[in-house]
Design a protein around this ligand. Structure first.
Ligand code: CTP
Length: 419
């Protein structure tokens, strides 16, 4: 009998799902990473549930019971329920057939959970626990995932796994660095064989990009990148990317500066973007732009990454005596990610401190004056609004102005008395 600890809220949810599915004659299973994390004692608020019937039958009903938002994709027979702090992915059991290396598989709905488990990447992700009326019941573990969890190893289900889906190569590195697991002997051989067959050229850049981003979102991207380099070379990201030993010094600083920034401003930092900027910093603008486009990064992230390239060129300027407003003009557009990148790159404690204080001040500065107030003061909406607001903002950044009264005095002096 296998035992697991489960968070009471999730336990309650699962019980309700189990009861509803049983009433509707549906077999339901908790699967994949949710089961793995349960055995590892790690909390996971993204639950994966597989049903042996079309999720469409029950999703509306469950959404009503939980008063939750949901999306349902009838063509894939998958759905997602959004509860307050938990999301539940639900899918109809399926099997996948791969016809050629790296291509997307043909998906066939299947009512057998074992077939659904067989399509999965690693044994530790190919376990299921039946969800019955009373909650989680028996474990279904046809590929001995539990034993691999205990032996702390990543093992694929079959020889062709990496050829079927080359993104599993990066996933293997991701899970092995996250859990500090080793790659099982044959798995390692098959992984290397797949790399030798240049499998990455057969998958779409978007799929590759997604996995690279997820790798960089791990707790220890340096370890993951070192392993990626060792097992398949960083050229899979871009032919011009080489490992830079300085990353060993730079990377551990990223979470530290991000944490400090978060503590001061209560704003979060997308740390993976900073890792990405470092990884790609040797690329020229065109190559970087092409890479970001091929990964389909959102526009503001693309611009931010490209902007960091420009910041590198100014890192040697001695801006220690610049006022904040001058720094703003030199470094804009300001994002925590690009400035933290610069902070890590520049030399000298004082310069780092200055940039950090500027960044914090930039994100903490708030204006009392807004568009409505400008209208009351007689300004007509248009480019002048931005001009006035930026003038006040820069004066506040430099500490010349702080109260509401001082803001209005500045407007009076700079704009109204001239009219
Ligand atoms: N899966 C797979 N092959 C892939 C992607 C996913 O077999 N290329 C399966 C695995 O069973 C995995 C599940 O789909 O556990 C969910 O995928 P994903 O959310 O990517 O993985 P998690 O294991 O949940 O990873 P994480 O903990 O990082 O969310």
């Amino acid at each position: 009998m296998v035992r697991w600890e489960i968070n009471p809220q999730i336990k309650r949810l699962i019980k309700i799902i189990g009861k509803q599915c049983a009433d509707w004659g549906i077999n339901a299973y908790l699967v994949g990473g949710s089961v793995r994390d349960l055995f590892l004692g790690k909390s996971n608020i993204d639950l994966d549930i597989v049903l042996d019937k079309d999720v469409g039958i029950i999703i509306i009903h469950l959404a009503k019971i939980f008063s939750a938002r949901y999306v349902y994709h009838p063509q894939f027979k998958t759905a997602k329920l959004f509860l307050e702090n938990i999301s539940i992915d639900m899918a109809t059991a399926r099997e996948e057939i791969y016809y050629s290396i790296g291509s997307l598989p043909q998906v066939r709905i299947s009512s057998e959970i074992e077939r659904d488990l067989f399509r999965r990447d690693f044994t530790i992700n190919a376990m299921a626990i039946r969800i019955s009326k009373g909650g989680l019941s028996d474990l279904i573990d046809p590929y001995n995932g539990l034993e691999d969890l205990r032996k702390r190893r990543i093992r694929v289900l079959h020889k062709k796994s990496f050829l079927d889906d080359p993104t599993r190569i990066i996933r293997a590195i991701r899970f092995s660095t996250r859990f500090d697991f080793s790659l099982e002997e044959n798995t390692l051989i098959w992984l290397k064989e797949a790399v030798c067959r240049d499998v990455f050229s057969r998958i779409s850049p978007v799929r590759l990009g997604n996995e690279i981003v997820r790798l960089l979102q791990e707790k220890n991207p340096l370890k993951a990148i070192e392993q990626l380099r060792q097992l398949c070379s960083l050229k899979i990201i871009h032919p011009q990317i080489r490992f830079n030993r300085k990353w060993r010094k730079y990377f551990p600083q990223i979470p530290r500066w991000s944490r400090d920034f978060g503590r001061e401003t209560s704003q979060s930092v997308e740390e993976w973007l900073i890792y990405f900027i470092f990884l790609t910093e040797k690329l020229n603008k065109e190559a970087l732009q092409r890479l970001c486009l091929s990964y389909e990064l959102e526009k503001h992230k693309r611009l931010l990454v490209l902007h960091a390239l420009k910041l590198r060129k100014i890192e040697k300027i001695g801006f220690l005596h610049y006022k904040n407003s001058e720094l703003f003009n030199l470094l804009k557009p300001i994002s925590p990610e690009s400035i933290i990148y610069l902070i890590i790159r520049v030399k000298g404690k004082l310069l780092k401190k200055k940039l950090f204080e500027f960044l914090v001040r930039f994100f903490k500065t708030r204006l009392y004056t807004d568009g409505e107030r400008l209208k009351e003061l007689g300004f007509s909406p248009g480019p002048i609004f931005n001009k006035v607001l930026e003038t006040i903002f820069l004066a506040k950044l430099d500490g010349f102005v702080s109260t509401k009264k001082e803001e209005e005095n500045l407007i009076e002096k700079k704009f109204l008395s001239r009219q």
